[in-house]
Design a protein around this ligand. Sequence first.
Ligand code: ADP
Length: 273
Amino acid sequence: PYFDVTVAPLPATLGGGALVTLIDTAPVEGAEQIRRDFVANVSHELRTPLTALIGFIETLRGPARNDAAARDRFLDIMERETHRMNRLVSDLLSLSRVESGERLRPVARVDLAVLLGGVATTLGPAAEKAGVRIELDTGDAPAWIPGDQDQLTQVFQNIIENAIKYGGSGGWVGIALREITHEPMLRGPAYSIEIADRGEGIDAIHLPRLTERFYRVDTHRSREKGGTGLGLAIVKHIVARHRGRLRIHSERGQGSRFTIVLPQASAAQPPAG
Ligand code: ADP
């Protein structure tokens, strides 16, 4: 199934025989399969809350018509499901925007120290509610990189939110920003941002697939926490657009550490002169 084969007999003037062409169709089929899976996943993700909504509407019209307590409970669930669909659509739009602009290198300047401080403040109430202390260590100096402010905010918001949601049982989330004078993989100066938690961690078998769209370790738990399964896929694409690296270390029972390394200058740009 991976090759289209054509066989054309060659005329005697060219020495006879035959010309055999093999066209490798694997990449095209691969891309097509990924697209089909994606559409199936999206449909499934949308159908789950929709089915719940339809069920509750029918119940409210019928058996629960005069039951005030049931009505309140059902409306709460319906509200939650609607918000989840809304988040799913927002995440899908983010993903498609990030993917279509992936080759465009961001040019604006962003101070990572200020950006991380902002994200930590935004997530303060959620952390407090989950009983998690956020420890932020960004040093005193600004940390400028060429970057897209909104996209980088989304990256750190997703990872820190995950650390609170899934790693919050440890009661602590650490965010540390460090300068690296020479990062060999990026062939130049960079910043590393480490987000660590002391939660239950992730089994090694899941790690390679964690940034795939809709991949979750525990679907039920992700849904319960309002997750869409797209967060880390979005993170991966944004980091790629910034020519950075994402590394995930995790140990069951110990916690997880997400490290993002971002170059200080564009490695893709040729040196001036
Ligand atoms: P979701 O919307 O489900 O949170 P993500 O793409 O952000 O989707 O994360 C994918 C999965 O990775 C999550 O469902 C969860 O199982 C796992 N995960 C992410 N971060 C952590 C963490 N800090 N600790 C444990 N598991 C995590």
